[in-house]
Design a protein around this ligand. Structure first.
Ligand SMILES: [Zn+2]
Length: 478
């Protein structure tokens, strides 16, 4: 046993004092803005752990945190708290979108590689708007019940968004992976900043990984697309393994975008802790499932981002997939303008595209069921920012797609809350309704366990203890 002498004790005391000093400015900085305590009474509380709903529950919120959750009469009530009667309603944890990109707008101005309209919508201007004015998206997220998001790849300023929103209660909590290591030298960068760091050779991978780790990134993300040629493929596999090893040595999670079964297995072998897409080309096999179990990886199937791309190809925008009230007017206008762009496919091509999409959907749905049945944690993510996958509002269609794939509402809720927080490395902070965690909560007027589509019926969004009425978060035209 290690003896702790006086020096050790003094060192520990100093650490505690230093901890208090370091925390103090954060606490006092936020203290002036700390929301009033709340007592939420009478709702059925679904805490996100998978436990059955607690009927007629009470949730006490103080200093931005959940202080107590329990049956009526079991929580002591802070003096001066605002009491909110929620009889006949439901409280669930705030949702987590484990796959978003603030460097993309939800339309093609942020993805000119999908449809090049740069003559009308210069890329530099689109990205400057995203960087300087992300607030409409913050509001869209809260309006849609999303209180935490994982930005899994983009420009370096996405790290700043995380830091800028750290103590805000009018924005989601953000984790960010920063620029992506990429198997392809993708051109979608700007003269002064890159979002893709090409894995050209071993030195480039070392340099890029060192850069990401030095910034204190929340993850190292690899865009692991297939490359031409066996030799090039073997090299990329080696680079992925190296990036994985260096990230692991630094205690930083490895996120991989890999959509083939082979690529996803290579990602798991490299130590991926989070797969942000479905395996799409084949059905997952026992080898994949045991690899995922062994590494403890989380699977984010990202089912519906292709629907946005499908609509873009067809030059239409289906507003029923989203919640237009939670979309800012500019984004909505851009999305709607898709329909006036020329280039829609003829009926033969459109039918072929639809058939291919339907086949891919069947594989993704079956793979989600297999992964879920194997006990691998599944998180929910939308890939918001991609064309017609709109920040915030895209969550509803993804939730409903999980249900169409065969998951039960309670299982989907866990994926969209507790497992999302796990994917972000923030299980201690959010994702379930538990004493000591951030008060990130939703109040629904319809039972989410009956139908996951009832998550669209949000009355209140509580973020860091601050109560927002849904009616204050929606965008109106006036
Ligand atoms: Zn993505």
């Amino acid at each position: 046993m290690r003896r702790v002498g006086r020096t050790g004790a003094r060192h520990r005391l100093l650490s505690v004092l230093l901890g208090v000093l370091l925390l103090a400015p954060l606490k006092s900085g936020a203290a002036t803005e700390l929301p009033d305590p709340l007592i939420l009474r009478g709702a059925a509380v679904i805490d996100g752990t998978g436990a059955p709903a607690l009927e007629n529950g009470v949730v006490v919120v103080e200093d931005g945190l959940v202080r107590c959750v329990g049956p009526s009469g079991e929580c002591s009530e802070p003096p001066g708290a605002r009491s909110v009667d929620l009889e006949g309603q439901w409280i669930i944890p705030g949702l987590v979108d484990a796959h978003v990109h603030f460097s993309q707008s939800g339309w093609v101005d942020g993805r000119p590689d999908a449809l090049d309209l740069r003559a009308d919508h210069p890329y530099a201007q689109a990205v400057a708007r995203l960087r300087l004015h992300p607030e409409p998206f913050f509001r869209s997220y809260l309006c849609s019940g999303v209180t935490s998001v994982f930005d899994v790849g983009g420009f370096p300023w996405t790290w700043d968004l995380r830091d800028r929103t750290l103590h805000r209660t009018d924005a989601p909590r953000i984790a960010a992976a920063g620029p992506l290591l990429s198997t392809r030298d993708h051109w979608l960068n700007l003269p002064g900043e890159r979002q893709f760091l090409h894995m050209r050779d071993r030195d480039a991978v070392r340099e890029a990984t060192d850069y990401l780790l030095a910034t204190g990134t929340d993850a190292v993300k690899v865009w692991y697309l297939a490359v031409e040629g066996e030799e090039a493929g073997a090299r990329q596999r080696e680079y992925l393994a190296l990036a994985g090893r260096w990230a692991r040595d630094a205690g930083v999670p490895l996120i991989v975008h890999a959509t083939s079964l082979e690529g996803a297995k290579e990602a798991l072998e490299a130590g991926a802790t989070l797969l942000v897409h479905s395996v799409e080309d084949e059905l997952v096999d026992g080898e994949f499932l045991s690899l995922a179990r062994r590494t403890g990886a989380i699977y984010t199937p990202t089912l519906t981002v292709y629907e946005g791309y499908g609509e873009l190809r067809a030059r239409r925008f289906d507003e029923t997939r989203t919640e237009a009230a939670c979309v800012d007017p500019l984004t909505l206008e851009l999305a709607r303008s898709t329909a006036v762009r020329p280039g829609a496919p003829d009926s033969v091509e459109a039918a072929a595209l639809e058939a291919a999409a339907a086949e891919r959907w069947e594989r993704m749905a079956e793979n989600l069921r297999r992964v879920h049945r194997a006990g691998i944690p599944v998180a929910l993510g939308t890939d918001a920012g991609n064309p017609l996958t709109l920040h915030g509002a895209a969550i509803f269609r993804e939730l409903e797609a999980f249900q169409e794939a065969g998951l039960q509402p309670m299982e989907i809720l866990i994926a969209a809350t507790a497992h999302g927080a796990l994917a972000m490395g923030m299980s201690e902070i959010t994702g379930t309704i538990s004493p000591g965690k951030s008060a990130d909560l939703l109040v629904l007027t319809r039972d989410p366990l009956e139908d996951i589509a009832h998550l669209r019926e949000i009355r209140y969004v509580i973020r860091g203890g601050e109560l927002h009425s849904r009616s204050d978060l929606v965008f109106t035209d006036d």
